[in-house]
Design a protein around this ligand. Structure first.
Ligand code: ZN
Length: 306
């Protein structure tokens, strides 16, 4: 079983990209119609489809495929998936929409940033423009039977990032706006690759906190029922990283030293080192890229958010 019920009307499919379990989640919301939140990359679309079959979802029932942002691990598979979903439209931030219709540049940039990891993800297929809904902040998708998805623009991780709020279960689908939650060991890891805007990311986290969600449905990975606590913890963690980065930049320390100091200062990160070291995707990139993003932000803007 790769699918499981995580709330009323909400199901999780572990898409097991490249055979990696508990890494990328796709969520299925079932009302009168069906919405999917996040697709994962191209390579694991067959797993997503088998998850839908397991749940008894007919492909014709899917009305929306909503993605948090266009990075390959979240939306890379959307073009391929649409071949199988005759009635579905894709919901995406307006800045991301052109890249779904013409994914060539996104693919080239992803190869530069992620290197061989893109081989695990596969190239994205184009989405026909007439099937793309460029969303607006606050827009609500009605799935029927009281199930709705409200778009909450949450830029910062990327300039084309949005989250979704489902009011009947009081749950938020934060994409990458609330970090990576390693639910196997109950630890959050920042996902703050350059060009990261911490000031904007913190404002986005405020928008999510105002909703007072009961649950977070992380794309990486799974449900957490202490949503507010997790959001506050992530805010504290980002500010800690920025403070350490500023202090070490003022001493002209290298990126490597800054990274070491961050790990020394952040007790929760010490707990993830062994976990990420052996992880085929996270191990190579996650800490290095996230530290780099925070350091670049502090170097460029000089200020550490209060
Ligand atoms: Zn991601």
């Amino acid at each position: 079983m790769r699918s499981s019920k995580v709330d009323d009307h909400v199901y999780l499919i572990d898409v097991e990209t490249a055979g990696i379990k508990h890494f990328i989640a796709s969520y299925v919301l079932v009302g009168e119609r069906v919405a999917i939140v996040e697709t994962g990359p191209t390579s694991s679309v067959p797993n997503l489809l088998s998850g839908l079959r397991e749940l008894g979802v007919e492909t014709e029932e899917v009305a929306y495929v909503a993605v948090s942002h266009i990075h390959l691990d979240h939306a890379g598979g959307v073009g391929t998936l649409l071949h199988h979903l005759p009635n579905a439209q894709v919901v995406v931030h307006p800045k991301g929409a052109p890249h779904l219709a013409h994914p060539e540049k996104l693919w080239e940039q992803s190869k530069t940033v992620l290197g061989s990891i893109t081989d695990l993800y596969g190239a994205p297929e184009a989405v026909p423009e007439e099937r793309i809904i460029a969303s607006a902040d606050g827009m609500t998708l009605d799935i029927g039977n009281g199930v709705r998805l409200k778009v909450v623009e949450t830029t910062g991780h990327a300039s084309h990032h949005q989250s979704y709020y489902e009011p009947s279960c009081e749950g938020v689908f934060p994409g990458d706006a609330a970090g990576i939650y390693l639910n196997d060991i109950d630890v959050i890891v920042p996902t703050t690759p350059a060009p990261f805007r911490m000031d904007i990311a913190l404002a986005s986290l405020d928008k999510l906190r105002v909703l007072k969600p009961k649950s977070l449905f992380y794309s990486h990975f799974g449900k957490s029922s202490d949503a507010l606590e997790k959001l506050y913890a992530y805010v504290r963690q980002l500010k800690l990283w920025a403070r350490v980065a500023k202090q070490e930049l003022d001493r002209n320390e290298s990126l490597e030293t800054i990274s070491e100091r961050i790990v020394e200062s952040d007790v929760s990160i010490q707990r993830v080192l062994d976990y990420v070291r052996v992880h085929p995707v996270l191990g190579e990139t996650v800490l290095r890229n996230s530290v780099q993003g925070v350091v670049d932000f502090v170097a460029k803007f000089g200020a550490v958010p209060e």
